[in-house]
Ligand binder design. Structure first.
Ligand SMILES: C[S@@+](CC[C@H](N)C(=O)[O-])C[C@H]1O[C@@H](n2cnc3c(N)ncnc32)[C@H](O)[C@@H]1O
Length: 325
């Protein structure tokens, strides 16, 4: 197996390197260097040969005098510009997944689905060559795109990566030994359908982290984790990142931002036969306990209703004659 060469990410530009070009208006283009090739825009062109051998972080002037900054893309830049099959996990969420999912060097990680491979690359970097990422993707075409994206970024097939084409529920039990996986990362439509096989694969104390786009998916994963009985109480959150504009005295938040990407939810695998400790707070009724929407009460949704006495007092204070309920 080829080891990943860190020197591919540093040093003067070479053939096959991806280079990010930024024009004076901040517009970015990413090119892959080839001897004899040219990069054309509607205003002039750049010869790749003029970049070959130049230091990373150089400037280059095109045939009509437009100056470009030429620099190697970071992983975060790369995933946002690489070819996509499915939507990618944004770098801000990949960072959260690596940190809050505790993806450590040498870890054995299971991931599904692979999509375009953006998250896989962050996981591979975090586990390093001493670890293993077993990724599962049910669409063969997406798996192909992901493999090609990762190969282009790492400069070789990552020796710690296995991509299996198939549904996680069917493929996972045959791919890993039960009770050996440190971390499971799920980015798919219905992660709750996979919790049984995930629980079997995880080592006691192992962690599952799911990335979901909607509150309804989030709620369903939380309920499924609780119903399973072999996991700790789930923890959910979202992160919002707001860029800042830095221009002279105009130092302020950017006007535009990605207001929503997804939610994250984590839970730890308990040892076999152990049941979760009793929760101090009385759990609210779940989907299974209520039928139609009309049966939902304010308490089910975690709302604390004021006492009748308090409502009467408030009504009196604003001059409204109290009406008994
Ligand atoms: C949003 S994409 C994943 C994007 C990926 N995390 C990235 O950063 O590029 C979701 C993928 O999950 C795959 N998928 C959904 N359910 C699956 C399952 N049960 N087993 C394997 N793959 C699944 C879909 O085919 C899709 O490609």
């Amino acid at each position: 197996m080829t080891a990943i060469d860190p020197n591919l990410r540093r040093g003067p530009f070479r053939v096959s390197d991806r280079v990010q070009l930024t024009d004076p208006k901040g517009r970015m283009h990413t090119i892959t260097l080839e001897a004899g090739k040219e990069f054309h825009t509607h205003r002039g062109f750049i010869r790749h040969d003029d970049l070959l051998g130049a230091p990373d972080g150089s400037t280059i002037t095109n045939t009509v005098g437009v100056e470009y900054l030429a620099i190697r893309p970071l992983l975060a830049d790369y995933v946002m510009s690489m070819p996509r099959g499915a939507a990618v996990v944004y770098p801000k969420d990949a960072g959260q997944i690596v940190q809050m999912g505790d993806i450590f060097p040498g870890a054995i990680v299971v991931e599904a689905g692979v999509g375009s491979g953006a998250l896989s690359m962050s996981l591979l970097r975090a586990v390093g060559e001493a670890g293993r990422v077993h990724s599962f993707e049910r669409r063969e075409d997406f798996a192909g795109i992901a493999r090609a994206n990762a190969r282009a970024f790492f400069g070789a097939d990552h020796p710690s990566w296995t991509v299996t084409v198939g549904d996680l529920v069917e493929a996972l039990p045959g791919a890993v030994e039960a009770g050996t996986v440190d971390r499971v990362v799920l980015d798919m439509l219905a992660p709750w359908e996979c919790l049984e096989v995930v629980a079997d694969a995880l080592i006691p104390g192992g962690l599952v982290i799911a990335y979901v786009a909607t509150a309804t998916q989030l709620s369903r994963v939380a309920e499924a984790l609780r119903d399973h009985g072999g996991f700790t109480e789930p923890h959910a959150w979202e992160s919002m990142v707001r860029d800042w504009h830095l221009e002279g005295l105009a130092v302020r938040p950017a006007h535009r931002m990605h207001g929503h990407t997804g939610f994250l939810i984590t839970s730890r695998r308990l040892a076999p036969g152990v049941t979760p400790p009793l929760r101090k707070r009385r759990p609210g009724r779940g989907y299974a306990d209520v039928g139609t929407e009309e049966e939902w009460s304010a308490e089910d949704l975690g709302e604390r209703l004021p006492s009748d006495k308090r409502v009467r007092r408030t009504a009196r204070s604003i001059g409204e004659p109290p009406r008994l309920p």
